[in-house]
Ligand binder design. Structure first.
Ligand code: HXC
Length: 260
């Protein structure tokens, strides 16, 4: 959707950072189909744009997102969901090559927690709350929570959250490895944007390769992952940015990456 037809998100460019703000305040940013389509379209647009080096997704102070839109789902049948998977848009997030940072304040519940986990890392405000309360609604996580939580936090906490539906705070989420940084609420967006600006200033092909290498750890055996990393490391020497980065270091000057 173009800028004027978007209704569920705000999209901005801050220098080389693309910022997506979930914007359905009346339902605490519940993830409906339209929002999914708009987020995906914005992500693809940023991913294709050389002027953008990293992406931040955020919500409001009260809620990153309180889950998939329960009102939209309530009357669905198995056959409808199976034929027309209302969640499948979200599967595409993992094919975005540029780093995506989730800046999470307030509630990140159900699909909201899963969307944060779909991002490459999470910066949380001190008041952020994470949980998979789907079990209370008679269902279970549907956009990867049972898998990604288990990878990042381990089986014990993943089982606890998915089976009891309890919510944890930012400090516990950080201790568990779900969250990268916890900051005061007033610093949340600034911290996430600064991290994104930092990333966007580096050699873009190396940034893509670094993201790919870390993600490989989730999909491959150690031997395969190490081989993949080694090939990517070698490939980094085919980029201009590698020469620039190393020559600049040796010349004691700041590198200027032209992203090729
Ligand atoms: C639709 C939602 C919503 C949701 C909140 N709202 N969460 N609408 N889908 N997931 C709406 C409320 O109905 C309400 O609308 C308004 O947002 C404000 O919410 P309140 O409940 O009044 O606020 P509060 O009392 O502060 O409680 C906040 C809350 C609670 C604890 C976050 O809203 C809550 O428990 N929400 C549902 C959380 C949840 O179960 N998430 C998982 C969804 S299933 P009105 O019109 O009354 O003002 C899911 C599946 C993922 O995510 C897998 C893929 C599908």
């Amino acid at each position: 959707p173009s800028d004027d037809t978007r209704s569920t998100i705000l999209v901005e460019r801050r220098e080389r950072v693309g910022l997506i703000t979930l914007n359905r305040p009346k339902s605490l940013n519940a993830l409906n189909r339209r929002l999914a389509a708009e987020v995906l379209a914005a992500l693809h647009e940023f991913d294709a744009d050389d002027r953008i080096g990293a992406i931040v997704i955020t919500g409001s102070m009260r809620a990153f997102a309180a889950g998939a839109d329960i009102a939209e789902m309530v009357d669905k049948t198995f056959v409808e969901l199976n034929a027309d998977d209302i969640l499948s848009d979200w599967d595409q997030v993992r094919f975005i090559k540029k780093p995506i940072i989730a800046a999470v304040g307030g509630y990140a519940l159900g699909g909201g927690c899963e969307l944060a986990l779909l991002c490459d890392f999470i910066v949380a405000s001190e008041d952020a709350q994470f949980g998979q309360p789907e079990i209370k609604l008679g269902i279970l996580p549907g956009i990867g929570g049972s898998q990604r939580l288990t990878h990042s936090a381990g089986k014990a906490l993943a089982m606890d959250l998915v089976l009891t539906g309890r919510t944890i705070g930012a400090t516990e989420a950080k201790a568990a490895g779900i969250v990268a940084r916890v900051v005061p609420a007033g610093d949340l967006l600034q911290t996430a944007l600064e991290a994104a600006h930092t990333i966007a200033g580096y050699n873009a092909p190396a940034v893509r390769m670094a993201k790919e290498a870390v993600n490989r750890a989730f999909e491959a055996s150690l031997a395969e992952g190490l081989m993949h990393e080694r090939r990517l490391f070698q490939a980094a020497f085919a980029t201009e940015g590698q020469k620039e980065g190393m020559h600049a270091f040796l010349a004691k000057r700041a590198p200027v990456f032209r992203n090729r």
